[in-house]
Design a protein around this ligand. Structure first.
Ligand code: BES
Ligand code: MN
Ligand code: ZN
Length: 506
């Protein structure tokens, strides 16, 4: 979908020729004598239009309005959340129509902060997204172009640009999340990372079984040994600041399919375990957005990618393996594989002397039970980091919720046969998983996001959500220090055509 940002007055909106004009209304449009304001006032007065977010009035070829279709949609108090609800409803109403171009007028909203504009852009693209990679006759979305119409382009621009970058990131994450496991093997995921490395500021390095063995990643290798599909350890680098500046590290769980291994899962809904690499997809998506927005930061992305399969070489319950950290692990349940691949990536992260390390993983069914599909689970050994991530989640409407890390939760991980077991009892399963990871994150500021409930939706609307790319991007952009002007522009950066990307994102 293509976006454009333009200043249009209320009167000018009425004469704008387009397939569909969507008008977001907060508490009424305010009195004016243009056809649109008159019509809206009439509809409200007659009780045919209420201000409840998402309520809409769908009108075809009406006097005084040049657009073919007119959709009046209520946005409540005009908050970012209500704007999202309103845009979702309006785009839903247009879905069956033949509209190819639309104008989304948000100039009538009382607030027009960067967050509002960003929310409008992201909501438009969310509704227009269709997965088609493995369909023989893809049916592309009809709606191709959306013009966001505002009162003042200059003040809307930062939110608009941020929205465009975020959309690219979300769509990249959804695409790889949605691909079935035979179309998203560890090797193909590494290919996706290589594609990203063609973008300005991004580099990639891909390690295979030999290099990983040399590093001593015995825990990661143990998970991968049950399948013929070779593992990959993907190292992405985004360089937007001086080389000396410490990087943020994002680690994404990249289990391209999780059968459970020898501790095999039941058949029902097992197909959804193709989404077990959504943490990895969110890292790829965040890098996609970084390439677009070019913030003055350094970011490393680490993706341990492999399948978890039963097989003649597969790990067995009770096996003890040695992680890269030297700690030995008793694998009591081969289905608790995510933590086994993440722990070696955490150890690897130490070499970057990071400002902070955030791992993102579809780690536990227990987190789905605890928080459902609304908030991701947040665990951290650093108060400031936890606070910033929680705030970024709220601001980007991709919320998370802090969970505890009391040492008492680690009791169940004790074993007579290794330094640590990979599972405790059923109780507090998302916390005990985090306690396991914490053992490998002692030397830096660390946070863990359990996205098992938020990374994809099941049922009729089955598909990846692209979460938590909005949270991660918002957090990272918030870490650009005001003093930092970034490194001297590289050739790649100078090539960027847009001059409107702010050095310090708003
Ligand atoms: N990938 C799953 C977690 C998962 C399950 C996410 C269902 C979303 C929906 C993970 O590898 C797993 O199997 N975890 C086990 C851990 C258990 C064996 C301690 C779980 O949650 O059941
Ligand atoms: Mn599992
Ligand atoms: Zn898993």
């Amino acid at each position: 979908m293509n976006f454009e940002l333009k200043t249009l007055t209320r009167a000018r909106i009425c004469s704008e020729k387009t397939d569909a004009l969507i008008v977001l209304i907060s508490e009424g449009l305010g009195a004016a004598d243009d056809p649109l304001s008159t019509l809206a006032a009439l509809a409200i007065k007659s009780g045919d239009f209420e201000s409840k977010p998402g309520k809409l009035l769908n009108i075809y070829r009406t006097a005084g309005i040049a657009a073919t279709r007119l959709v009046l949609v209520a946005a409540g108090d005009g908050s970012a959340k209500n704007v999202r609800t309103a845009v979702n409803a309006a785009m839903g109403a247009l879905k069956g129509s033949n509209a190819q171009r639309a104008v989304l007028y948000i100039g009538a909203l009382e607030k027009s902060s960067p967050e509002i504009v960003r929310a409008a852009v992201v909501a438009c693209s969310e509704m227009a997204y269709v997965y088609s990679t493995t369909k023989s006759k893809p049916s592309p979305a009809k709606l191709q172009r959306v013009m966001i119409a505002v009162n003042n382009v200059a003040s809307a621009r930062p939110g608009f640009e941020k929205g465009l970058g975020l959309v690219k990131g979300i769509e990249f994450a959804k695409e790889w999340g949605n691909r079935p496991a035979n179309h998203a093997t560890p090797t193909l995921l590494a290919g996706a990372a290589r594609e990203l490395a063609k973008l300005p500021g991004i580099k990639v390095e891909v390690l295979g079984p030999k290099e990983v063995a040399k590093l001593g990643m015995g825990s990661f290798m143990a998970v991968a040994q049950g399948t013929a599909e070779p593992l990959r350890f993907i190292v992405l680098r985004y360089n937007g600041a001086a080389t000396a500046e410490a990087p943020f590290v994002l680690i994404g769980k990249g289990i391209t399919f999780d059968t459970g291994g020898i501790s095999i899962k039941p058949a029902a809904e097992m197909d959804e375990m193709k989404f077990d690499m959504c943490g990895a997809a969110s890292v790829l998506g965040t890098f996609r957005a970084l390439a677009e927005l070019q913030p003055a930061l350094n970011v490393i992305g680490l993706i341990p990618a492999c399948e978890n399969m039963p097989g003649e070489r597969a790990i067995k319950p009770g096996d003890v393996v040695t992680s890269m950290s030297g700690q030995t692990i008793e694998i009591l349940n081969t289905d608790a594989e995510g933590r086994l691949v993440l722990c070696d990536a955490l150890t690897y992260a130490e070499r970057f002397k990071p400002r902070a390390v955030i791992d993102i993983a579809t780690l536990t069914g227990a987190c789905v039970i605890a928080l459902g599909g609304v908030r991701s689970g947040l665990f951290s050994n650093d108060e400031v980091l936890a606070g910033s991530l929680a705030a970024a989640g709220d601001a980007s409407m991709d919320p998370c919720w802090r969970m505890p890390l009391d040492d008492d939760y680690a009791e169940g991980l004790k074993t007579n046969f290794a330094d640590v077991a990979n599972v405790a009892g059923r109780a507090g399963g998302s916390v005990t998983a985090a306690k396991f990871l914490q053992r490998f994150a002692a030397n830096f500021s660390w946070a863990h996001l359990d996205i098992a409930g938020t990374a994809w939706k099941g049922g009729a609307a089955k598909g990846a959500t692209g979460r938590p790319v909005p949270l991660l991007l918002d957090y990272l952009l918030g870490q650009v220090s005001p003093a930092s002007t970034g490194k001297t522009p590289t050739k790649a950066r100078a090539v960027r055509k847009s001059t409107s990307v702010p050095k310090v994102p708003a």
